[in-house]
Design a protein around this ligand. Structure first.
Ligand SMILES: Cc1cc2nc3c(=O)[nH]c(=O)nc-3n(C[C@H](O)[C@H](O)[C@H](O)COP(=O)(O)OP(=O)(O)OC[C@H]3O[C@@H](n4cnc5c(N)ncnc54)[C@H](O)[C@@H]3O)c2cc1C
Length: 431
């Protein structure tokens, strides 16, 4: 059955979320630097009561199953929620579904010991702490063959040495999930393992906090360059088996990628809404911008791109719910991941253009949206890698032709048709 409708009860929840994000969440970015900074008293005064309202409404961490305190709503419902939350960088924290914590929670739920679950998972799920996923290294992120950070077992402890780059949220994290080479002689994808490193473990230091263009505050860019120098953790801190880092990582990456795409719908829609508002507000040469056909083209193109993207995201979400197997939907997730930066970039760029000089100032959000589109094209793997994944999957279904010419070569098709209908053609004198 095909249906594009949301059930009435859930729509009521979504309407509540829409208003709540507008009234209570969107203003927060003007008074709080980073929603993860528990040492900020303003953050502590404003955010926990809002999180409580979300919990009371039954919308906290809905991506999780009931065993982990969520609703197990599935990806389609999550998509409809996330496209509202995407309007504000603070909303995922208020709704308990922010990256990288949502993915890290999934890893801990799958692979953590009872002690890990009590010490790290539960406070993470409750929104009391945040976490970091530390995989990319300064010499490269797309190619795991270049990762050199190592973990060596010394008695009952792993000793970690190496550097990690762009470890988002490291500054406020209570623990890190670190990918390190433990089996150097194994094939590439079986060399590394995942380990938990609690914050404050001796030997873990920040080399620098690279600032990202377009982020409002130097303090909040938050993608740390980290050094691990003889960092010791108990041997029980291994998540999954030795050499199984990529198996473990898959638990978080599939979901993480599509969740970003869902939120991007909200951000791009905000840009389109602003474009529409400006077009009907601003007058030039005696008429509103909305009367100019080239502006109308920008609006129409933006709507088509946004709605097409949204349908692809929703259909991919639906397939995840149907198959419960990220691997089976890998091509679709890569497609969504690869499409997302371009959709946001083009719509935000047009919105910027329609706002004229105001558009390029930091008094409007377009510059940061456009910069954000570049971040999206890198985080969780560059666009090129995802395009390749999709193309390979499509190519794996293709069959080569036996002959010299393609199957749909018209002369061959015409000959086959003439043969098939030879009697009829002969009866009508067209043989
Ligand atoms: C906002 C943001 C947050 C991030 N958060 C985290 C985090 O929390 N934890 C973490 O571990 N990492 C994080 N990263 C790092 C991210 O995973 C890497 O940026 C990404 O994997 C690419 O690695 P790289 O930056 O080293 O680029 P490189 O690997 O050096 O690639 C550079 C470019 O080479 C090209 N390229 C690479 N591979 C191919 C290919 N197969 N085919 C064609 N072209 C190719 C692409 O154009 C690519 O952009 C984050 C990145 C960003 C931007």
């Amino acid at each position: 059955m095909w249906s594009f409708e949301t059930d009435a009860d859930y729509q009521a929840d979504l309407d509540w979320v829409d208003q709540f994000v507008l009234d209570e969440v969107e203003p927060l970015e003007f008074v709080i630097d980073n929603p993860l900074d528990h040492s900020d008293p303003v953050r502590e005064a404003l955010i926990p009561p809002l999180q409580q309202q979300v919990k009371d409404r039954g919308l906290w961490a809905t991506h999780l199953g009931p065993d982990l305190g969520g609703k197990g709503h599935g990806q389609v419902k999550l998509a409809l929620l996330n496209e509202i939350l995407g309007r504000s960088g603070f909303a995922p924290v208020i709704f308990g579904c922010q990256a990288p914590d949502s993915g890290n929670a999934e890893i801990l739920a799958h692979y953590g010991t009872p002690e890990h679950k009590e010490r790290f998972l539960q406070p993470l799920l409750d929104g009391q702490i945040s976490s970091c996923f530390s995989m990319t290294e300064p010499q490269g992120g797309s190619d795991p063959q270049v990762f050199t950070t190592s973990a060596v077992l010394d008695g009952d402890e792993w000793v970690i040495n190496g550097e990690k780059w762009f470890s988002s949220g490291a500054k406020y994290a209570s623990f890190f999930i670190v990918m390190a080479v433990t089996e150097p002689d194994n094939p590439t994808y079986q060399r590394q393992s995942m380990l938990i490193v609690p914050a404050g473990t001796p030997g873990l230091t920040v080399v620098r906090e690279p600032h990202v263009f377009g982020t409002h505050s130097e303090k909040s860019s938050g993608h740390s360059y980290l050094r691990y120098e003889d960092v010791r953790v108990p041997k029980e801190n291994l998540l999954g088996g030795r050499g199984e880092a990529f198996v473990v990582a898959q638990v978080r990456l599939g979901g993480g990628r599509i969740h970003h795409a869902m939120r991007t719908i909200g951000l791009a829609r905000r840009a389109l809404d602003l474009m529409l508002e400006r077009a009907v507000s601003r007058t030039t040469q005696g008429e509103k911008l909305s009367r100019k056909q080239l502006v109308q083209e920008m609006i129409a193109e933006s709507w088509i791109e946004l709605e097409s993207f949204r349908l692809l995201v929703l259909q991919t979400a639906w397939k995840i719910d149907k198959y419960h197997d990220y691997k089976r939907v890998r091509g679709e997730i890569s497609a969504v991941k690869a499409a997302m930066p371009g959709v946001l970039n083009r719509i935000a760029s047009r919105a910027l253009q329609v706002h004229g000089s105001l558009g390029i100032t930091d008094e409007m959000p377009f510059g940061s949206m456009i910069m954000n589109s570049f971040s999206m094209a890198l985080g969780d793997g560059p666009t090129e890698v995802h395009l390749t994944t999709l193309a390979r999957q499509l190519l794996s279904r293709a069959t080569p032709t036996d002959g010299m010419f393609p199957t749909m070569h018209r002369p061959a098709l015409a000959a086959a048709a003439r043969e098939k209908y030879a009697d009829v053609l002969a009866a009508h004198g067209r043989a």
